[in-house]
Design a protein around this ligand. Structure first.
Ligand code: SF4
Length: 427
């Protein structure tokens, strides 16, 4: 059996509409809404297997119009876009509706830069970096030609340094292979280094005003509350994506995507949503039930494992010894204070002795803590003075007054400063 699955459309439509009604009105469906939808899937499992396991998203995308008929979608779109026109955020890489006359279109290079920086960073933290990058490298050709060390040093403090390496690689590809023109096509964007599904969609929406599914944490929160979704994240992602897509305005997809993100960032905030200011308050199921902050439901996070290590803070004549990390792996190609491996067991005395650059009088300067995506690091800093005659095998001494320009990642900057403070206390 091939081709389209033999769904019982009438039953699917009826059951799924019922499921959505229950969700929105907080009516208890027998066994819960998920059970209801599951029952529909099981009732149709012959078709399901013949079709090769269709997903929730498939069902939603096929049924979203009848499901959402209950809401006045055009009214929701109009209310959201009107709110965006009056109260949406002004961001430097964005062209707001009222600016369209003066500035024809956003610069895809500037938008791409902002989206890469914002992948793991807040807007207030990323914005000065974004401005500095554009001032120093105004075009993608300038960035592609820049030495990678300069790009990594300018990125220092933004974290997740693989992004900086990919940023430079991507600039090279766009400059050398695409004549400096960023593509608007989803797959072509995703083929570029460092651009995943979310970033590609965000670039398409913001830079090219294309219909694109841009679902960040803000959008997840708004949609979960609007529909009082009982499925926890991350399992609810496809459902949220489909619902956000169904509500999107085909005439202004870029503004819609940005408006929805702004609504989550400024009104539908995690702890105290300001529903009185919300353009969607009349349609919002969580608001109607007075349980806004219950959503989005989330699977419990496992605590992060703790890894321990030791690093060596070696100073001489006002300089601090730094070297470059290996190309690949965590903090790849960034500057560092040399040290042991970072492990959950922590380094033993033998590991510390083997990693020390020379035998000396090492003082314990204290410990720095830093949270990475998958673990928390506790790094003990051992400090000493090097003899004038000692020559480091690799790296060099950097003036401590110029450490900001050395391109140290945050964790290493913390360790450098801790060692400098400890030394100052001894003087
Ligand atoms: S009404 Fe309140 S909870 Fe619902 S989407 Fe708006 S701000 Fe969020």
């Amino acid at each position: 059996m091939g081709g389209r699955p033999r769904w019982d459309w009438a039953q699917l439509h009826a059951s799924f509409s019922e499921a959505l009604r229950c969700t929105r009105r907080r009516v208890e469906a027998p066994g819960g809404v998920e059970a209801l939808v599951l029952r529909v899937i099981l009732d149709n499992k012959a078709s399901l297997s013949a079709a090769g396991k269709r997903s929730w998203e498939f069902i939603l995308s096929n049924l979203r119009d009848p499901v959402l008929d209950e809401l006045d979608i055009s009214q929701l779109r109009a209310a959201l876009l009107e709110w965006y026109g009056a109260q949406g955020r002004s961001l430097p890489w964005r062209i707001r509706p009222e600016e369209r006359g003066d500035r024809a279109a956003p610069d895809p290079y500037a938008v791409w830069l902002s989206e890469i920086m914002l992948q793991q960073t807040t807007i207030p933290h990323a914005t000065p970096y974004w401005r500095a990058f554009l001032e120093r490298w105004p075009t993608v050709h300038d960035l592609a030609r820049a030495p990678r060390e300069d790009v990594l040093a300018a990125w220092a403090g933004l974290g997740y340094y693989a992004r900086a390496r990919n940023l430079h690689k991507c600039a090279g590809v766009v400059s050398n292979e695409l004549d400096g023109v960023f593509p608007a096509d989803l797959e072509a964007l995703k083929a570029l280094p460092g651009i995943g599904d979310y970033t590609a969609n965000a670039i398409r929406a913001v830079a090219f005003d294309q219909a694109a599914s841009v679902v960040d944490g803000n959008v997840e929160r708004v949609i979960s509350r609007m529909f009082a979704l009982e499925t926890p994240l991350p399992k609810a992602k496809p459902q949220i994506k489909a619902l956000a897509g169904a509500l999107a305005d085909p005439a202004r997809p870029g503004d819609y995507a940005q408006a929805l993100m702004d609504l989550g960032a400024t009104v539908c905030t995690p702890k105290s949503p300001d529903c009185a200011r919300c353009p969607w308050r009349r349609a919002c199921a969580a608001q109607a039930a007075g349980v806004q902050t219950r959503y989005p439901l989330k699977d419990k996070k496992k605590p992060k494992p703790v890894r321990r290590g030791v690093c060596f803070h070696v100073m001489r004549a006002g300089g601090l010894w730094l070297r470059r990390r290996p190309e690949t792996g965590l903090l790849g190609a960034m500057m560092e204070l040399p040290g042991t491996d970072w492990t959950e067991a922590g380094p033993g005395d033998g590991d510390v002795a083997a990693a020390q650059p020379f035998q000396g009088l090492w003082r314990d300067a204290g410990e720095v803590r830093h949270v990475f995506t998958h673990f928390e690091l506790r790094l003990t800093v051992l400090s000493t003075e090097a003899d004038l005659g000692w020559t480091p095998g690799d790296g060099a001494f950097f003036e401590i007054t110029e450490l900001d320009a050395a391109g140290l990642p945050s964790v290493m900057m913390k360790a450098a400063r801790l060692g400098i403070r400890a030394k100052a206390r001894l003087l």
